[in-house]
Design a protein around this ligand. Structure first.
Ligand code: ADP
Length: 424
């Protein structure tokens, strides 16, 4: 039997999922980890692989790791991390952002306080200057390096927020000009996700009980892996969308062309499909979502109260359920105030209004993505905590009028395993 292993380093947990040639899950390992403490990542990675049954480990053909997008670090020639890593949510200082804006073109997506490029500049400022070579890597790049042993390799999902141009498959000229001024800095060479970088290092294979010829691929980001997990590889078609109903609401649609719009924070990841060709996963994120539901209801209350809603009847309440002031997509207004009035006495009516309003905002989001050039939406999968709410699904169905599909899997590690089986 041949197996393929996907490992997901998410915001708080790590999952390792092994699948067989039919994409069936054969084993799962889970553990918590501290994303801030990159010195602990190696042990967590090795422990997860080690915990898989021996007969599965011995037959793993390829491993792909996904990491949180824009979690980055600098290491030396030996792969030793030399500055504290910066995680996905860390923001650079305003003066660093000013520098970024002088280097990158106006409105480029790297001109944000949390972009990987802004973090790279922050890390360079904080590092003592000397003449030895340093490598800038994303979380997934460094974890994969621990297995294949080659520094300076990344994928075009992780490298997007660094400024890499996935359409031209090169770093843009402004970026190359800037990097010439930093001759000690080695930027990653960028490949498609799951490109085989090499075989696992001999000693690591022996230590972990993996075959010596186990291949290690380039990685991807946790949200792209989650998209693949939801949809699976056989059901992918142009116009396939995934709505993630977690703390926030994130919309993604697979399109035949990229859409990038800094006003609404919309950007596109490249997906090269073996049959469908070069596709783009166009995404936008709204601050509305489960975080607001959690302000008013426990998860149990959400389920119980939802069961008392008639999803066929529209709610007259028109909310914009933000946890705090400001949204970017589908309405770009940093001063947009949460709208949660009038609030009925009956919690069932109130929840009905919240769910219905978010369904309306979701429909508005998909309309905007299509107006800006994304492919027409053909089917929608749902991920995140809200996916289990069948009443909400029916309300959303009434608004969206697009076939709603059941997700294949919810764990991002499954998407990484699919990538290991069939590189996109
Ligand atoms: P994240 O990873 O973004 O924090 P999750 O995907 O774990 O979020 O989802 C958690 C969210 O799902 C919470 O904000 C919670 O309010 C919401 N949630 C949980 N159960 C339900 C439910 N039955 N209906 C709607 N939303 C729910």
């Amino acid at each position: 039997m041949n197996y393929f292993l996907g490992i997901d380093f998410g915001t708080s947990g790590i999952r390792a999922i092994a699948i067989d040639i039919n994409s069936e899950i054969v084993d799962i390992a889970r553990s918590e980890y501290k994303i801030r403490d990159c010195s602990s990542w190696q042990n967590v990675l090795y422990a997860a692989i080690n915990s898989l049954p021996k007969h599965i480990k011995q037959n793993i053909r390829k491993i792909v790791i996904d990491g949180t997008s824009a979690t980055v670090l600098i290491c030396d020639l030996n792969g030793t991390v030399i500055t504290p890593s910066m995680i996905y949510s860390d923001a650079c200082k305003p003066e660093i952002l000013e520098q970024v804006k002088k280097i990158a073109p106006l409105q480029h997506s790297v001109c944000s306080a949390t972009s990987s490029f802004a973090k790279l500049i922050s890390l360079l400022v904080n590092k003592e200057q000397n003449s030895s070579l340093i490598y800038f890597l994303h979380q997934a790049d460094w974890l994969s390096y621990l297995l294949h042993g080659k520094l300076g390799v990344s994928d075009y999902h992780n490298a997007l927020k660094l400024g890499y141009d996935p359409a031209a498959l090169t770093y843009p000229d402004w970026f190359k000009d800037w990097s010439l001024k930093n001759p000690n800095l080695v930027l990653p060479e960028v490949f498609a996700p799951s490109t085989t970088v090499g075989q696992i290092q001999e000693g690591i294979a022996t230590q972990l009980g993996l075959p010596q010829d186990c291949e290690i691929g380039t990685g991807t980001t946790d949200s792209n892996a989650a998209f693949l997990a939801c949809v699976g590889t056989t059901e992918l078609e142009i116009g396939t969308a995934v709505t993630s109903l977690g703390s926030t609401m994130v919309l993604k649609v697979l399109s035949d062309r990229p859409v990038n719009n800094s006003t609404y924070g919309i950007y596109s990841h490249r997906f090269d499909h073996p049959k469908l060709g070069c596709l783009w996963l166009v995404g936008g994120a709204s601050n509305v979502g489960g975080a607001v539901l959690r302000q008013f209801f426990s998860d149990q209350e959400l389920q119980e109260l939802s069961d008392r809603i008639n999803p066929d009847l529209p709610s007259p309440l028109d909310y914009y359920p933000l946890p705090k002031i400001g949204d970017r997509f589908p309405i770009n207004d940093p001063n947009l105030a949460p709208r949660l009035e009038p609030r009925p006495n009956d919690p069932v009516e109130f929840l009905h209004g919240l769910l219905e309003s978010m369904a309306r905002i979701e429909a508005q989001g998909y309309k905007l993505l299509q107006e800006l050039g994304a492919s027409p939406i053909q089917q929608i999968y749902t991920a995140g905590g809200g996916a289990q709410n069948q009443v909400w699904t029916k309300i959303r169905d009434r608004y969206l009028q697009i076939p709603m599909q059941k997700s294949v899997q919810t764990e991002a590690a499954y998407g990484a395993a699919l990538l290991a089986k069939i590189p996109l």
